[in-house]
Design a protein around this ligand. Structure first.
Ligand code: F6R
Length: 248
């Protein structure tokens, strides 16, 4: 795992946005589509803000970009304030020239008996496009990537999962308490994340330092799904000083 340490989250986010822009532009130059795997949560917020700036100020176009988000709570209405689809619209999609049909976020409003089929189709779409060119990730304090919680297998597929207590607790402030916080979510499986050609994981702040240390320097274990990334050949953890403070 390459680690790239920045003075603060803002500087790291600017560098990551620039890197994403370069992948988009390289693909454009070749007349190819660019498939981005995207995350929500607090970690990528500044990256999206920076990409919007690059679109507005430097004419970065998203016309050749196709996105697949990692996850969505289940059940979830797409217009709810906590919906990840809504988060993505407000953080990025509404502010750039991306085709709305090219923006994929798992659908949290399906009937339960339709989910498995939907998840298989989600993966097929990614495969038909030749896989994910660049996958952006955050990391849960328990080591989850997407909502692949502890115990997720390295070859796990896109599926409905039960959220860990720690994940629900972290989300509970957004939902106005634990009792309103969803117990399940749809997540891209570890396998598709590992198949991405390039992975960038973002972590900011002291609160992430212990798990960053485990993921980068600990044993590869399904107890810490982010540790699987040690076996990926093109992954960079982009962290600030605080999040890197326990790395040796
Ligand atoms: C969100 C996701 C999660 C978050 C993780 C960290 O799409 O996949 O794995 O990246 O829970 O969340 P933040 O960035 O809010 O600390």
């Amino acid at each position: 795992i390459n680690t790239s340490i920045f003075e603060n989250a803002k500087k790291g986010s600017i560098a990551v946005a620039q890197q994403i822009a370069n992948v988009i532009k390289d693909k454009q130059a070749k007349g190819e589509k660019c498939v981005l795997g995207l995350a929500t949560g607090s970690s990528p917020r500044d990256v999206y803000a920076e990409l919007v700036k690059l679109h507005k100020n430097e004419g970065l176009s998203f016309k050749n970009v196709i996105t697949f988000n990692l996850d969505e709570y289940y059940p979830m209405d797409e217009n709810s304030v906590n919906s990840y689809r809504r988060f993505m619209r407000e953080a990025l999609f509404n502010h750039v020239d991306i085709d709305a049909d090219n923006c994929h976020v798992p659908d949290g409003s399906l009937d339960k008996d339709k989910i498995q089929e939907y998840c298989t189709a989600y993966e097929s779409k990614i495969e038909k496009l030749g896989g994910i060119d660049l996958q952006l990730l955050g990391i849960g304090s328990n080591g989850h990537i997407g909502f692949n919680e502890s115990g997720s297998l390295q070859n796990s597929k896109t599926r409905l999962v039960a959220l860990d207590y720690s994940t629900r607790l972290a989300a509970s402030k957004d939902f106005g308490g634990l009792s309103n916080t969803p117990k399940t979510a749809i997540t891209l499986g570890v396998k598709k994340i590992m198949e991405a050609k390039e992975v960038i994981l973002l972590a900011w702040g002291e609160g992430k330092s212990a798990i960053i240390n485990k993921a980068v320097e600990g044993t590869v274990t399904n107890q810490v799904p982010a540790s699987f990334l040690q076996e990926h050949n093109n992954v960079t953890f982009v962290v600030d000083r605080e999040a890197s403070s326990r790395l040796t």
